[in-house]
Design a protein. Structure first.
Length: 312
């Protein structure tokens, strides 16, 4: 099978593509977890979460998709086969809202224990839960998370959680090996904030009014926060391999704010369900875009209230 990302064929030679290294043997050792994270920019744990718990979370997601007419009738909803001729989807934060079994997987039990060991202290998780229901054809461009959530501490980790078994054909996450160490190339990018804009630039009015969601810091044209839209070329430029695996429910991938990651394209015939959630020390500064308001209001996320002007 040919694998693509951003519709571009990935080179599958051993020098360009490989397996994520599993870190299960470090699970009980906080300092070993921190060392491995510093070295590799990610930690992959096979079966560290409850498979049954993840299955229940998935069941609630697909039940909602089925109720909304998004799944092919007369099929097992747990397979998440999209309705023929139906609308495509990518972000579906609503599937996480009030999804009790999902919130248990993400913010309780083994997940919080692992994060506590990694962070070496009391853990705070963002209130906002990123949830993706990626229909066939979809995928994610190479980026680092800091540009979307870097207003608090940089000691912040993403947990990418497959909410289904996700073989390579269905387009799971890929991590670019050693990319977190390449500030020579990513340095300027890592200092960006997608919700900031040039107050004295040509797109200021468009950003302030919401006509333009984000502007590219140099061109002032529309931007999606990606570092690149060409995963094979980026691999050649940086030299590390694209790393991934045949994900199973219960697996967990954790990575740093400076780690370049993307996804394979979904070349399967099912919807790829996964969540990505964030954890930091409770005593570190927090990016308030992602936390509930004082009266329980939903996070402002990338809404207009998040815009920050700067002189450039
Ligand atoms: O699931 C994806 O396609 C992208 C996930 C991602 O960017 C993240 O986990 O930070
Ligand atoms: Fe990301």
């Amino acid at each position: 099978m040919k694998l693509t990302a951003q519709k571009k064929e990935l080179e599958l030679a051993a020098s360009a593509f490989g397996e994520l290294q599993e870190s299960n043997q470090l699970l009980l050792d906080g300092s070993a977890l921190r060392e491995r994270m510093a070295e590799d920019g990610y930690l992959f744990f096979r079966g560290a979460l409850s498979r049954e718990g993840v299955q229940e979370a998935r069941r609630e997601c697909v039940r909602r998709l089925a109720d909304a007419g998004r799944l092919e009738p007369e099929t097992d909803i747990m397979e998440a086969i999209p309705r023929r001729g139906g609308e495509g989807s990518y972000f579906r934060a609503d599937l996480a809202e009030g999804n009790a079994p999902l919130l248990t997987v993400l913010y309780d039990g083994p997940m919080m224990e692992i994060m506590g060991r990694l962070l070496g202290g009391p853990v705070l998780h963002y209130d906002f839960t990123w949830m993706r229901a990626v229909t066939p054809g979809g995928g994610t461009a190479p980026h680092c998370d800091v540009v979307y959530m870097g207003r608090g501490t940089q000691q912040l980790y993403t947990a990418w959680t497959p909410l289904g078994d996700i073989p390579l054909s269905v387009g799971g996450l890929i991590v670019l090996e050693n990319s977190h160490l390449r500030r020579d190339i990513t340095g300027d990018y890592l200092s960006q904030d997608v919700d900031s804009y040039c107050e004295n630039g040509p797109a200021a009015e468009a950003v302030r009014t919401g006509k333009l969601h984000w502007e590219h810091p140099e061109t002032h044209e529309a931007w999606d926060g990606a570092f690149s839209h060409d995963p094979p070329a980026l691999q050649k430029q940086l030299g590390g391999r694209w790393l991934t695996t045949d994900y199973k429910m219960g697996d967990l991938l954790v990575f740093s704010m400076a780690t370049i990651h993307a996804s394979l394209d979904n070349q399967g015939d099912t919807i790829r369900l996964s969540s990505d959630t964030r954890y930091q020390r409770a005593d570190a500064p927090v990016d308030d875009r992602w936390m509930n308001g004082p009266n329980g209001e939903k996070p402002i996320a990338h809404g207009l209230a998040a815009k920050r002007g700067r002189i450039c």
